[in-house]
Design a binder for this molecule. Structure first.
Ligand SMILES: CCCCCCCC/C=C\CCCCCCCC(=O)NCC(=O)O
Length: 734
């Protein structure tokens, strides 16, 4: 086994001391220099060691001892033997001493190994010289400081050294120093441990400063770590970003709305939930009207946990941003939209609807709160679902969809949304008309609320009928009042003010206005529908001139049919009395009359007074107007035919007929702008539904609301034809 021969000259003073002690050799006097220790060691220990080597290693030992005895210079000389005289084994061992593990040494490789060994020995001798010089530099002065800088290298064997990356100059091993290559300016020590000079740690005025070692070279690992650290975002930034992300996600969660089951209906529901009630001509829920304004312009309140937030976007973003649409507010709460058409020669038309509703009390028997817009069994319930927010939202939603799809109408049109239709429209509709008149606007036709698709309402009719209101009844609101002296209830007169008034009202109810069925537009209704009745009704309806009295008597039994038979008389308000033991000084009642087309307001008032026929009862006309003119509904009637085609496009099974609108609408204020006013939207009425108007449980099916949107969507497009095509039959396609 090869023996690694150490050079005692390279031992530290401490090592030499230890060696002497372990060999029971008396130490030199304390404070002696290293060379004194070395001399003693060489004399007593080295000699002894050489004698202990086994014969197996005789040659190496002998060489080693000779080298040690002669010192380094002689050692180098002795190594520079004639390499050719060495046996193959000796050459191999010698190479191994220099850290070269030789392969098989044969005739062809021997010269190569000899050259290699020679080169190694030459390099070694040069290093040894340098090492001695270096050893001088580190000398006793360091030892005197007590730093054992070399102890580690002294204990290294050849194998362990060959695996280190430290640069160690040894008598037998030379290993390339990687650190030396990387940090050429760094002083090298035999251990590879670099001692750095201590610096004063002072800042200005002697204050401690943060450690900073600009000249200290850093290891590649440290540099890499530093580089990574520089690339890393500071911790506080990471924490801040994390918190921001969490806050943002929480905000999104709070804003998350339940996706509406029915996106069409969801918008109508939002409109229904705003109680835009007209209580009387002097009392409206104006804050609700303002809220409705916000719904249209700014969007709707977030239906989420942050309901105070309004979506900044309108529910109709395209309408409110389109260059084709001009939006104006009239009298604070009504809205006028002007939609430009690409063909200025086409006379514009107008779509009307109203935002306000009549009051509703849950206690009257509503299945759900009247402004909750709850959906039950496919129906959205709420005040305004039939009268008339379904048209308001339906028209706007249709226009929104058209504009979204890039549609540019050829025929311009207006959309008027009144805010006081339920109290006569004197602010909204009247002022909108003024505005348009001042602009010289003339309308081809106008479509407002009114009649509907009646399904099962008209007894005996086969299939549904869409009645387009070509007129509406006149109106009169009459106030009846009786005044008497007040007094003690214990001494009442024969008739109280309340009794006198009640008697007058009783006479009015017992003596309804005359039957006029067949002499107004309702006649046309039944003529159009006659072919859809089965026998014998078909025969009867086809000969109204003969069967009028009979039909009238049948129809008058039902309130909704009676409305077509005559001018109706409804006592709607009755006020009297202040205390239970005080005779009322005053009693008053309001009677609302809807005047049949075959009568005038004046005629009705005369009949009314003759029926009251009591001088103690004062009769005052509060407001009133004649029945509206009858709009055209023949084959050349553009408006009627366009509406009819649109209805048939959507509901081919429906029979379309002109009708009489028994209620009153804002459209009556528009007679100066057009002669053709139609009252219709495709709400489907089944038995019981007409009673929901101003009644309880007003509702519309979600499906029907979608149909209403689609109706306006198609109507707007159908209006773009210039003229009606020539017709050959009673029904033509546009
Ligand atoms: C053969 C004819 C069958 C007729 C069936 C009648 C169905 C009528 C359905 C609804 C009533 C129409 C109401 C019209 C809109 C009324 C708007 C309104 O309330 N205006 C205020 C007012 O009139 O006081």
């Amino acid at each position: 086994m090869p023996v690694f021969v150490e050079n005692p000259a390279e031992f530290s003073k401490q090592r030499l001391k230890s060696e002497l002690i372990s060999h029971n050799v008396a130490l030199p006097p304390a404070g002696s220099d290293k060379h004194v220790y070395l001399e003693v060691y060489m004399k007593h220990v080295a000699t002894k060691n050489s004698a202990d080597f086994s014969s197996d290693e005789e040659e190496e030992v002998r060489n080693g001892n000779e080298e040690e005895e002669r010192g380094e210079d002689s050692d180098e000389d002795s190594d520079m033997v004639d390499l050719s005289s060495l046996t193959d084994d000796q050459l191999k061992r010698k190479l191994l001493q220099y850290g070269v593990k030789a392969g098989p040494i044969v005739a062809t490789t021997r010269a190569l190994y000899e050259r290699k060994l020679h080169r190694m020995m030459t390099q070694h001798s040069q290093h040894s010289v340098n090492n001695k010089e270096d050893a001088g530099k580190y000398s006793d002065s360091e030892e005197e400081e007590g730093e054992e800088q070399y102890s580690e290298s002294e204990q290294l064997g050849s194998e362990s050294v060959s695996h280190t990356d430290r640069s160690v100059t040894h008598n037998t091993v030379t290993v390339t120093d990687v650190l030396m290559e990387m940090f050429p300016d760094t002083a090298t020590t035999p251990t590879g441990i670099t001692a750095t000079k201590r610096r004063s740690i002072k800042g200005a005025a002697g204050r401690p400063v943060q450690f900073k070692y600009p000249e200290t070279p850093l290891s590649p690992g440290t540099l890499e770590k530093l580089e990574i650290q520089q690339r890393l975002v500071p911790l506080w930034v990471q924490v801040a970003v994390f918190l921001l992300v969490v806050a943002f996600l929480y905000f999104i969660y709070m804003l998350t709305e339940e996706p509406p089951e029915n996106p069409f209906g969801a918008l109508l529901q939002k409109a229904i939930r705003i109680p835009t009630v007209s209580f009387s001509e002097s009392h409206q829920n104006t804050s609700a009207l303002q809220e409705f304004d916000r719904l249209l312009k700014r969007g709707y309140p977030c239906n989420c946990k942050l309901s105070f937030i309004y979506w900044s976007l309108s529910v109709f973003p395209t309408i409110f941003s389109s260059s084709l649409v001009k939006h104006e507010v009239v009298e604070n709460y009504s809205h006028l939209f002007t939609v430009s058409g690409s063909d200025p020669e086409l006379v514009p038309y107008m779509l009307l609807a109203h935002i306000d509703v009549v009051p509703a009390n849950e206690t009257d028997g509503w299945e759900v709160p009247p402004f909750s817009a709850e959906e039950l069994n496919g129906f959205i319930y709420g005040r305004g679902t039939l009268d008339n927010k379904q048209s308001v939202m339906g028209i706007l939603q249709a226009l929104e969809y058209l504009l979204e799809r890039g549609y540019v109408p050829r025929r311009g049109f207006y959309i008027g949304l009144g805010h006081d239709e339920e109290i006569n429209g004197y602010a909204g509709a009247v002022n909108t008309v003024k505005l348009l008149k001042n602009r010289g606007v003339k309308l081809q036709f106008l479509v407002d609320e009114g009649l509907a698709v009646l399904d099962g309402i008209i007894t005996g009719l086969d299939g549904p009928a869409a009645l387009i209101g070509v007129s509406e009844k006149g109106h009169a609101t009459v106030k009846l009042s009786v005044s008497m002296k007040p007094g003690h209830s214990s001494m009442p007169p024969k008739q109280s003010s309340i009794g006198i008034l009640a008697a007058a009202i009783t006479r009015l109810e017992e003596n309804p206005m005359p039957r006029l069925f067949g002499s107004g537009p309702e006649r046309s209704t039944f003529e159009h529908l006659a072919h859809k009745f089965g026998l014998p009704l078909r025969f009867i309806m086809s000969n109204l001139w003969l069967f009028n009295p009979l039909i009238s008597r049948v129809m008058e039994r039902k309130p909704d049919m009676n409305a077509f038979v005559r001018t109706t008389t409804a006592v709607t308000m009755f006020n009297s009395g202040v205390k239970v033991n005080v005779l009322p000084s005053h009693a008053e009642a309001y009677v609302n009359l809807r005047i049949h087309s075959a009568q005038t307001l004046q005629e009705v008032l005369e009949l009314f007074e003759s029926t009251v026929s009591d001088d103690r009862v004062k009769v005052e006309l509060m407001n009133g107007f004649d029945p509206l003119p009858i709009s055209s509904y023949d084959e050349r009637s553009f408006g009627f035919q366009v509406i009819k085609k649109t209805v048939l496009d959507m509901f081919p099974e429906v029979t379309v007929a002109p009708g009489l609108c028994v209620g009153n609408t804002d459209s009556r204020h528009y007679t100066s702008l057009t002669k053709d006013i139609y009252r219709f939207n495709p709400s489907w009425f089944k038995p019981g539904d007409p009673q929901r108007f101003h009644g309880i449980n007003e509702r519309i099916s979600s499906k029907n609301y979608e149909e209403i949107v689609l109706f306006y969507f198609r109507l707007i497009q159908n209006c773009d034809i210039k003229n009606l095509p020539p017709s050959h039959t009673s029904q033509h396609d546009l």
